[in-house]
Design a protein around this ligand. Structure first.
Ligand SMILES: Nc1ncnc2c1ncn2[C@@H]1O[C@H](COP(=O)(O)OP(=O)(O)O)[C@@H](O)[C@H]1O
Ligand SMILES: [Mg+2]
Length: 274
């Protein structure tokens, strides 16, 4: 259903995503792992057209994603909802209104201006919040919720779009272990019950192994591993993270920066300074 071919993104001389190829033939739950700077976020952002690719192709059920524009591009962006590490909610707005924002693409600008939501949408928003166990907080300001609750609001907002794919960029990197588990359980359940594809950048190996059917490992913009959690041995993981002998199973992408990406970052900073 999803085919990614020779997908490349360059920022100046730096190739963030380098000829990435993979195909998904059923709505799987896929984890993407790799050190900080490996290109995981850039890959997700290209998938939902937040960032334009430099070259390559993305095909979803016959749609040439990279060629879509205007209304068709917006329809695609509704079909693949994005969830972020920092939740990206409107902090002072109540939870239900944050969730209803997930229908913005489908509403007229006038209705949006006056904050008019159809009753059916409001009921649906509450049902989705209920499914995620946070309906009790519907009337509270988003900022008054815990991180784990806020991420579930972000998932609810994504579900409001009725997406085919949920793209999650390090959805649990800012959460404590208990909330991380609640959020990952929610994503897995949505995948299992609704048959939605989930592609999540994950910063710990354990999470990728536990929740995903398939894991893609990236290093320096390239796919260096694509297999099942069982195939993701410690040795393979060490290669993905490029961490040498210092590698431990507790490795995370936020803690482990590959030497290459550290060098690239230093270069960016040097360029930005002049
Ligand atoms: N907007 C940008 N401008 C310039 N370089 C960028 C930009 N976004 C990402 N990069 C660079 O692309 C590479 C991959 O970044 P990213 O996709 O954020 O990796 P990851 O999510 O795996 O940490 C890094 O070298 C990063 O510095
Ligand atoms: Mg990232």
């Amino acid at each position: 259903m999803l085919k990614v071919r020779n997908l490349t993104k360059s920022f100046g001389a730096n190739t963030a995503v380098d000829n990435v190829d993979f195909a998904v033939d059923r709505p799987a739950m896929i984890g993407i792992i790799g050190a900080s700077g490996a290109g995981k976020s850039t890959l997700l952002r290209m998938l939902n057209r937040m960032t334009d690719a430099t070259s390559g192709q993305i095909e979803f059920e016959g749609r040439e994603v990279l060629k879509l524009s205007g209304a068709r591009k917006r329809a695609w962006q509704s079909d693949c909802a994005m969830i972020f590490q920092q939740f990206n909610l409107v902090p002072r707005m109540d939870v239900v209104s944050n969730v209803l924002h997930g229908t913005l693409n489908a509403r007229s600008s006038l209705a949006t201006m006056f904050n008019l939501y159809p009753n059916a949408d409001i009921h649906r928003a509450i049902d989705i919040l209920d499914r995620l166990g946070i309906a009790d907080h519907a009337a509270k300001r988003a900022e008054s919720l815990s991180g784990g609750q806020q991420q579930r609001v972000a998932i609810a907002r994504a579900l409001m779009q009725d997406p085919r794919i949920i793209l999650a960029d390090e959805p649990i990197a800012s959460l404590d272990p208990m909330n991380a588990q609640i959020v990952m359980d929610a994503l897995r359940r949505i995948h299992d019950e609704d048959g939605r594809m989930v592609i999540a950048n994950l910063h710990t190996l354990d999470t990728a192994r536990k929740y995903c059917d398939r894991v893609i490992g990236m290093r320096m913009g390239r796919v260096v591993f694509d297999g099942t959690p069982a195939q993701l041995t410690t040795g393979v993981a060490r290669d993905i993270y490029g961490a040498g002998a210092s590698f431990s199973e507790a490795a995370t992408s936020t803690a482990l920066e590959s030497p290459e990406s550290a060098a690239a970052k230093a270069l960016h900073e040097a360029e930005a300074a002049v």
